[in-house]
Write a protein that binds this ligand. Structure first.
Ligand code: NDP
Length: 297
């Protein structure tokens, strides 16, 4: 059997970003509105700083406003909530992103719940989760699952009905919304997690396998149905062959899986670039809704 098609998330994300940039230009021209995202970072977690910088860079590249709030690690919860209140009330801010994880002394759920749902660019608010779960219009969908769905559709076509999908992981930010999206697309969806009996057997039944567990190369080649579409959400840093160096791997053993799957996302260069592109899309959509302009499909 030939090796799987490698799904080029980087190239797809570049195309999506170009479409978002066009949407930004059109919104400025038609309504005089520049989409703006407030990016809130509390503390100095190095990985978070990298993520935040790439988000801020993308905003500027696409012609949007980036309102950067880099706060000290000892910022109090009340002060953070007051900042969210100010951003909620600011008409130039169409989306608010609070980079996670927050320092331990801050209640993450309380902070996320304080963002008005219309500005919840990450789609983590319970109102948006509820809109997605009920298939209601206007839900802001979390960026990583949204990006994953776009890659699946680009690979398999828009019609996914009847396909067996297995989502490995049940977090609120990836696994659960991913399962909701696939269900809405008329897939037959199974959600697997750390208590699932016979994980390899569950995976082997899937036409579409989305792995979001955070365990390096846990999904082996012989867990995959021949010809399946494999979306590897995992980002895990592991020691490289060269002493003192590290490298990124996914949740899927790529070298094995590529020999069995029909199509597979690499790590890096698969789902990762889609996450930021979808954040840009969510910000543009929020700005369009606020301005009463048509929301890009
Ligand atoms: P969480 O840690 O919140 O969730 C992990 C899920 O995997 C849980 O549901 C857990 O099950 C399940 N799990 C853990 N170990 C096992 C196991 N041995 N067998 C079966 N299931 C298991 O992670 P996230 O959802 O936040 O992220 C998942 C991965 O995706 C991470 O590698 C993360 O870095 C990556 N990620 C990548 C993004 C991107 O842009 N590409 C964005 C967001 C995340 P249980 O609920 O039973 O504990």
């Amino acid at each position: 059997m030939a090796d799987a098609t490698i799904i080029d998330g980087k190239a797809f994300a570049a195309g999506l970003r170009a479409r978002v940039a066009e949407g930004v230009t059109a919104l400025k021209a038609s309504h005089g509105v520049t989409p703006g995202l407030a990016v809130v970072l509390v503390g100095e977690d190095p990985a978070s700083q990298v993520y935040v910088r790439s988000k801020e860079r993308a905003l500027v590249e696409l012609g949007m406003n980036s309102f950067d709030h880099h706060e000290p690690a000892d910022m109090g919860e009340a002060d953070l909530l007051a900042l969210i209140d100010r951003l909620n009330a600011d008409p130039a801010v169409h989306g608010i992103l609070v980079q996670l994880p927050l320092p331990r002394h801050i209640d993450t759920q309380k902070v996320l719940a304080r963002i008005v749902p219309e500005k919840d660019a990450d789609g983590f608010h319970v109102v948006n989760a509820g809109l997605l779960a009920t298939g209601s219009p206007g839900a802001i969908v979390p960026c990583t699952p949204l990006g994953s769905l776009l890659l699946i559709r680009d690979t398999l076509g828009r019609d996914l009905k009847g396909k067996r999908a297995l989502v490995l992981g049940r977090s609120n930010i990836v696994g659960k919304p991913m399962a909701q999206l696939l269900l809405q697309a008329d897939c037959t969806v199974t959600i697997a997690h750390s208590r699932t009996a016979d994980l390899p057997g569950e995976c082997r039944r899937a036409d579409i396998l989305v792995a979001a567990v955070g365990r390096p190369e846990m999904v082996r080649g012989d867990w995959i149905k021949p010809g399946a579409t494999v979306i590897d959400v995992g980002i895990n840093r592991v020691p490289a062959a060269e002493p003192g160096k590290t490298r990124l791997v996914g949740d899927v053993a790529f070298d094995e899986a590529v020999k069995v799957a029909g199509a597979i996302t690499p790590v890096p260069g698969g789902v990762g670039p889609m996450t930021i592109a979808c954040l840009m899309l969510n910000t543009l959509a929020a700005a369009c809704r606020a301005a009463g302009a048509p929301v890009p499909a």
